[in-house]
Design a protein around this ligand. Structure first.
Ligand SMILES: Cc1ncc(COP(=O)(O)O)c(C=O)c1O
Ligand SMILES: N[C@@H](CCOP(=O)(O)O)C(=O)O
Length: 462
């Protein structure tokens, strides 16, 4: 299996190289040259299998010979051993034909742990063989950062530097990033938005001297390995509801478009998914793009679902690449227009292709809080605000086909919003009970590439 860039100007590389290098040198994102197929019988055989068994079956075809079957099975076993639920990603029924896929039983209480814990294992194996040292830089709107820190804290051959938007993450999210005491963890509070953090991260990847000097690696969903690990729970949940003999739809609270893109890959592999429903908060760029064809950014608004306060949805580039018939030049043109002018127009043919798979909806602040209250009253489930955006939008699409809404984070990560909406204070799990007592370590930094790269050079290996 080879990986090619969405901008068409970078050489094809292996899974391991794509994972360790992050962004392609032409600025594009890596995608597999072709998507492996699973037959209906392959999918049927998953019924009753463990999360780990299905993970191996789904991920194996994407991973090259550089990781043996034993390597991969070992990494998967270690990645999910610490999850707080035996099913890892349990499915619950909310209403007739509406289901919730709980993705918050990992160590940092958000869906990011599913991919990050696995990447952590694969990175360690790869680095132990190559003897290399890397500097992981991640951009986060709150959840990727803590998941990355958890996966890489204390490792001697890795520094992990996390850029988060100052004042725009929840207190729990911030403390998860600023309280780890390991010397290889560096939390950087950037004066800007998540989009600024992600743009600086991409600038760092495009600065080849810096990239080489620090051994830059990325663990955002820029990294293909993140996406592929997230494909697994689409299979586990759909087969739990009867796939491939019963079609399902998924509703995904969306920001950077990574999680829903993993659903698209599951569909491309052969999982019978009827619709992929993109649920956005007030920052509804993806909803507008998918309904009108016009991708225009504007100014990001802070919301009660801060992890989705994103206007430059990085992984949409991967979906566009397919919608444009894998024409890297067309993608590069749109991405240039987005960077320089804040938007682009999706061509009519490509838009129709996208609309045959993706539908969308939007949920504003009042609706999000109302949804948390409503779901608690009607189902007894206390949802995080991101998940509430999902269930609100999913309810517009309920019909004959079951809809699985992804529950992307634990409500305890967003206690203020949840309490405001429901009157209930969601407690942190016992193991995190002292989070508010731990000492914080964080550096404030301007949204400036030179300042950031200088700081990262000084901090790494410190
Ligand atoms: C809790 C939560 N829900 C939803 C999302 C959106 O996911 P994605 O960025 O993959 O679209 C995020 C951020 O990634 C998140 O942290
Ligand atoms: N919501 C995310 C934003 C980054 O997404 P990623 O999937 O590209 O890492 C976060 O919580 O950081």
């Amino acid at each position: 299996m080879q990986y090619i860039s969405t901008r068409g100007q970078a050489p094809a590389i292996s899974f391991e190289d794509a994972m360790m290098s992050g962004l392609a040198p032409d600025g594009g994102l890596y995608v597999p040259s072709e998507v492996p197929q699973l037959s209906a019988d392959d999918i049927r055989a998953m019924a009753g299998q463990s999360y780990e068994e299905i993970a191996f079956r789904v991920i194996r075809p994407f991973v090259g010979p550089e990781f043996s079957d034993d390597d991969l099975q070992g990494c998967i076993a270690r990645a999910y051993a610490g999850f707080g639920h035996s099913a890892k990603a349990p499915v619950k029924q909310l209403a007739p034909n509406h289901f919730l896929l709980e993705l918050f039983h990992g160590p940092t209480l958000a869906f990011k742990d599913f991919a990050m814990q696995l990447i952590g294992q694969l990175f360690q194996l790869s680095l132990s063989r190559s003897g290399k040292r890397v500097t992981i830089v991640g951009a986060t709107s709150g959840d990727t950062g803590s998941a990355a820190i958890e996966a890489f804290r204390g490792l001697s051959n890795v520094d992990v530097c996390i850029l988060f938007p100052h004042g725009r993450v929840s207190e729990v999210q911030r403390r998860q990033m600023t309280t780890p005491s390991e010397a290889n963890v560096h939390a950087l509070a950037v004066e800007g938005t998540f989009d600024d953090c992600q743009a600086r991260l991409k600038d760092m990847f495009n600065d080849f001297a810096f990239r080489e000097e620090v051994g830059l690696a990325g663990v955002n969903s820029i990294n293909w390995a993140r996406v592929v690990a997230q494909v697994v729970y689409y299979f586990t949940s759909a087969t739990a509801l009867g796939a491939p003999d019963r079609e399902v739809s998924f509703c995904v609270p969306t920001g950077n478009f990574g999680d829903i893109f993993a659903g698209y890959i599951a569909q491309q592999m052969g999982l019978p998914i009827k619709q992929l429903i993109v649920a956005t908060n007030r920052n509804d760029v993806m909803h507008r793009a998918l309904t009108t064809g016009s991708y225009t950014t504007g100014v990001v608004a802070p919301t009660v679902s801060p992890s989705m306060d994103i206007l430059v949805s990085s992984n949409f580039e991967r979906a566009l690449f397919d919608a444009y018939g894998r024409d890297g030049d067309a993608v590069a043109k749109d991405m240039e227009a987005l960077k320089n002018g804040g938007g682009f127009q999706i061509s009519q043919g490509a838009l129709e292709g996208l609309q045959s798979t993706f539908v969308s909806g939007r949920c504003d602040e009042e609706q999000t809080l109302g949804e948390i209250k409503r779901m608690l009253e009607e189902t007894g489930e206390l949802l995080c605000p991101h998940t509430a955006v999902g269930t609100h939008v999913a309810r517009e699409f309920l019909g004959d086909t079951p809809v699985i809404t992804l529950s992307t984070a634990h409500p305890a990560k967003f206690p203020d919003a949840v309490e405001k909406a429901s009157g209930m204070h969601p407690p942190l799990p016992n193991r995190m009970g002292d989070l508010y007592d731990r000492e914080e370590r964080v550096t404030r930094v301007e949204n400036d590439l030179a300042a950031l790269t200088q700081l990262i050079k000084e901090r790494r290996g410190a």
